[in-house]
Design a protein around this ligand. Structure first.
Ligand code: HEC
Ligand code: HEC
Length: 351
């Protein structure tokens, strides 16, 4: 196995054996009790060591997203109304929530390989989750939008998504809706003409900045030893030791750099030129924004084109494609167990 970042390699002592049978002899019981206290202590220090190693490369999710300091309750309320409004699509069939489901505690996407748009056409890329997206260095798989505001202007006019003919038509529709003049006025109090395309995008972004998920791994990083099972802790150790954190690091475990998909060995389903489309730079061919791994067990299918249905398979492919490592199945199981601890509390997939 190739070890790319052995600097973070640590030794996890053996986990204490469960189901130890009590013995009749008092002395022996005393010794056993002392022994188990020692092993509890060693487990606690092993947890502290594991946590310290993790914190070098991964941080708990911050409390607020960048830009949220300017958000107001009125702006967020308007953004939420817009996010769920099918009038933002040409034939009133789709809202942002159609492809990025956040109703009913859903995990921020539709669990489709690619998503059908207003006129049932599909794009080539998998819909990413909107949970925690405001922490990313840029938006879209290729990073072509610099932030949530710029991103939100895209899908409304995209012919394979919401398919509105022009910004002007969107604004006309918003002006004609009974509730929006008031909502926009409250959200943009200093603005003489608050209903415009730019403000629509700002409000949607304000709502999206509230979408921060919390998971058990955060609790572990914040000091709760019992937040992860022993299997998940072993998986975290494999994750740290095998080089995944070369790319999946920081608070969302990714989304802070672009890397080639198929760095060491090619991705079987590679057609998409990735970031090259945004920059026309040969160096960016097949590079993608490294996806965040928060909620990853809920956001199948995987990779930019959604061609890989199952997390077990995605993890094996990552080892091979990005690290040149052929993981044994027990290590894949541990990695998958760890990744499952990144499920936002209470969140669930569509199907
Ligand atoms: C028809 C399905 C569809 C609709 C409707 C849709 N999106 Fe998306 N969204 C996608 C797809 C597909 C991508 C990835 C496209 C790419 O990277 O080229 C995406 C990307 C995003 C991203 C970037 C996430 C990341 O990790 O880079 C955000 C944020 C987002 N959409 C928010 C929205 C908002 C807000 C709306 C409503 C204004 C919306 N989407 C409407 C399918 C959709
Ligand atoms: C060299 C950088 C790099 C390394 C190392 C790396 N990844 Fe990735 N990872 C990526 C990129 C880039 C993608 C997106 C690939 C694509 O869509 O074609 C990705 C995608 C994924 C996905 C799918 C996410 C999704 O939402 O579709 C999972 C799961 C994943 N990586 C887990 C891992 C694990 C586990 C390891 C360690 C065994 C690892 N990665 C190592 C860069 C890396």
């Amino acid at each position: 196995m190739i070890q790319m970042n052995t600097a973070f390699s640590i030794n996890l002592p053996a986990v204490p054996r469960p189901n130890r049978r009590p013995r009749p002899c008092a002395l022996l019981t005393g010794l056993l009790l002392a022994g188990s206290l020692v092993s509890v202590a060693t487990t606690a220090s092993a947890d502290a060591e594991l946590r310290a190693a993790a914190l070098v490369v991964i941080q708990p999710l911050p409390d607020n997203m960048p830009g949220a300091e300017h958000d107001t309750a009125a702006g967020i309320a308007l953004g939420k109304a817009l996010y769920f409004d099918t009038r933002l699509s040409e034939n009133h069939s789709q809202s942002c929530n159609t492809c990025h489901r956040v109703d009913d505690n859903l995990a921020g996407m539709d669990n489709e390989p690619t998503s059908p748009g207003a006129f049932a056409k599909r794009g080539d890329r998998n819909s990413p989750t909107v949970w925690n997206a405001g922490f990313h260095l840029a938006q879209f798989w290729d990073g072509r939008a610099e932030d949530l505001v710029e991103q939100a202007k895209g899908p409304v006019l995209n012919p394979v998504e919401m398919a509105m003919p022009s910004e002007a038509v969107v604004v006309e529709r918003l002006e004609a809706a009974p509730e929006y003049p008031e909502l926009f006025r409250k959200a943009f109090p200093g603005d003489a003409n608050p209903i415009n395309y730019e403000n629509m995008a700002h409000a949607v972004a304000a709502f999206e900045r509230t979408l921060i998920s919390r998971d058990r791994f955060d609790d572990f990083l914040n000091g709760q030893d019992v937040a992860l099972t022993s299997k998940e802790k072993q998986g975290l150790k494999v994750f740290l030791d095998s080089g995944c954190t070369t790319c999946h690091n920081g608070p969302v475990m990714g989304a802070n750099a672009y890397h080639k998909s198929g760095l060491v060995n090619p991705y079987e389903f590679q057609k998409d030129k990735g970031r090259f489309d945004a920059t026309q730079d040969e160096d960016d061919l097949h590079k993608f924004k490294v996806p965040s791994l928060r909620n990853v067990a809920l956001t199948y299918p995987y990779f930019h084109n959604g061609k890989v249905p199952d997390l077990n398979d995605a993890v094996k492919r990552m080892g091979w494609m990005q690290l040149g490592t052929e993981f044994a199945q027990p290590d894949v199981d541990l990695l998958v167990a760890f990744l499952t601890s990144l499920n936002g509390k209470g969140l669930k997939p569509v199907k």
